[in-house]
Design a protein around this ligand. Structure first.
Ligand code: G1P
Ligand code: ZN
Length: 543
């Protein structure tokens, strides 16, 4: 066996987005495309001698062949060992857990998260560092610069290995350990949560439906919910990972997880519903006919954090992405701990978690997590809710409405305009930026603008700086409109409009969300001239 050096030319557009490099499968199938990116990642890392790399993916189409390529390139790069999830499977949170537990140098995760899969779907790749978290911005930029200058890559000509059989294999002298993708993760969950209490909850007849959306969480949910916690068989639906997610969009929100939402609204619905996404880092929580917004979920967990043994010591702080509602800020205030507001993307939580400044983190995009790993974690959030329900009793709705009574309600919604023209999207944002300077003090319907800006962030730990992270219009009554462009889409541009209205009065807590936000929605449309710029009269997705 030999290491081959292959001449190549750069592909433009290999800049990692909010969460790694995501493109159509067909882009990744071009000769050298994956290899170029992997070599660029490897070129930015230090000496790999004696080091371990973690490898796995969400099982989508192209995962298995990409795994073989990365293995051969890791051997050429000189890694001593690769920990590979059996069948090429590792959920994003499990990969983070394995990297940390085994002291790996880092990990490569093959995933396009919640984007659709299959031959015409999306594929993705991201590098996570030794702390288990997404590569920081400085590293992803360096990787991108490298992709633009790449002239060759190195790969072993060793044959493919059997990735389905647990145990030790070798690729050109490099050890490959094919591991159980669930075991390390399940062990960590059992340390954080009161599994005894949850087991008793299920034994008492509590019913649940977990929708794994034909994605990678299936094996984890089967093993933990039905295996370790004794939930009845059938609790997990769509639990077998499929390469194309059954043709569905594996994004756990009320639009895409329609089957679960319908079930939870039907007579005789289970007590508790939950879903996770393609790579199992997102979660949706649903009570009987009662979806919980991710922003509220973060706030509720924070307010009740100490019910779980892993958080019995309380919280050091909470962090949320800027567009996420400020429900968590109110809890932080009540607890007397700081609440950090970061740009969108889990990578910005890493330094805060590493420094022990934040214990819980969350994003409005169905992402919740904590210091236990350095990624958001879908099943973790579900177990946290189960722990809370087991300790507190009552329904999901009881818990959330009691929370609103205590803290007030943040009505919240996100409107996405998908696959719009990138030029139109840029122009819309540019126009908004120009308007920012004279927005303060303007009256808009019955709202008055308090301030408006383009969000900038200086990391309180490493002082790194991020600018142009979303345009915020803040109203005097605490309401907000935020605009930003997606960094994960693969077709044209996606405009996201985030709407938030605070309501302290419990008598006003039971309005339909879109109705409660109607005034703000109208302002958001007219200020940004959305119809004019995009030609769209309605968003494609409302969550
Ligand atoms: C989206 C979400 C963001 C999340 C990311 C990865 O990114 O909005 O909160 O961290 O996916 O799951 P966006 O497409 O908005 O850049
Ligand atoms: Zn995901």
């Amino acid at each position: 066996m030999a290491i081959r050096t292959v001449a190549t030319t750069p592909f433009p557009g290999q800049r990692p987005g909010t969460s790694g490099l995501r493109k159509k499968v067909t882009a990744f199938q071009q000769p050298h495309f994956l290899e170029n990116f992997v070599q660029s990642v490897f070129d930015m890392l230090g000496d790999a001698t004696g080091k371990t790399l973690v490898l796995g993916g969400d099982g989508r189409f192209h995962n298995r062949s990409a795994i073989q390529v990365v293995l051969k390139m890791a051997a050429a790069r000189g890694f001593a060992r690769v920990l590979l999830g059996q069948g090429g499977i590792l959920s994003t949170p499990a990969a983070s857990c394995v990297i940390r537990k085994h002291g790996a140098m880092g990990g490569i995760i093959l995933s396009a998260s919640h984007n659709p899969g299959g031959p015409d779907g999306d594929f993705g790749i991201k590098y996570n560092a030794a702390n288990g978290g997404p590569a920081p911005e400085a590293l992803t930029e360096a990787i991108y610069e490298r992709t633009l200058a790449l002239a060759e890559y190195r790969i072993s000509d060793a044959p493919d290995i059997d990735i389905d059989t647990r145990g030790e294999h070798t690729v050109d002298g490099m050890r490959v350990e094919v591991i159980d993708p669930v075991a390390d993760y399940a062990e960590l969950m059992a340390q954080l949560f009161d599994f005894g209490a949850i087991r008793r909850l299920f034994a008492g007849g509590f019913s649940m439906c977990f929708d794994a959306m034909h994605a990678v969480c299936g094996p984890y949910a089967h093993a933990i919910l039905e295996g370790m916690l004794g939930a009845p068989a059938g609790t997990v639906i769509n639990g077998v990972p499929l390469e194309d997610f059954g043709g569905l969009h594996p994004d756990p929100n009320p639009v895409n997880a329609e089957q679960l939402i319908e079930l939870m609204a039907a007579p005789g619905a289970p007590d508790f519903g939950a879903a996770s996404d393609g790579d199992a880092d997102r979660n949706m929580i649903v009570g009987r006919n009662f979806p919980v917004t991710p922003s509220d979920s973060l706030a509720v967990l924070a307010a009740n954090a100490t019910v779980a043994p892993g958080y019995a010591g309380g919280l050091a702080g909470i962090a949320r992405s800027m567009p996420t509602s400020r429900a968590a800020d109110r809890v932080a205030e009540a607890l007397g701990v700081p609440c950090y507001e970061t740009p969108t993307g889990w990578k910005y939580f890493g330094t805060l978690l590493d420094a022990g400044k934040a214990t819980l983190c969350g994003e409005e995009s169905y992402g919740t997590g904590s210091r236990h790993i350095r990624e958001k974690d879908g099943l973790w959030a579900v177990l946290y809710w189960l722990n809370l329900l087991a300790v507190r009793g009552g329904s999901v709705q009881d818990i959330v409405t009691a929370h609103w009574q205590r803290f007030g309600r943040h009505y919240y919604s996100r409107h996405d305009y998908e696959a719009i023209s990138p030029d139109a999207a840029r122009l819309l944002m540019q126009d908004l930026r120009i308007k920012l300077a004279y927005m303060a003090g303007q009256k808009m319907n019955h709202y008055e603008v308090q301030s408006a800006d383009d969000f900038e962030y200086t990391d309180p730990v490493d002082s790194s700086h991020a600018s142009q992270q979303g345009i915020r219009i803040m109203m005097t009554d605490g309401s907000r409109i935020v605009y930003r462009l997606s960094g994960t889409g693969t077709e044209g541009a996606t405009l996201r409009v985030y709407l938030e209205r605070y309501e302290a009065d419990p008598a006003q807590h039971h309005l339909p969300t879109q109705q409660a936000l109607a005034g703000l929605i109208a302002i958001a449309d007219s200020v940004a001239s959305i119809v004019l710029h995009t030609g769209r009269t309605n968003p494609t997705v409302i969550t």
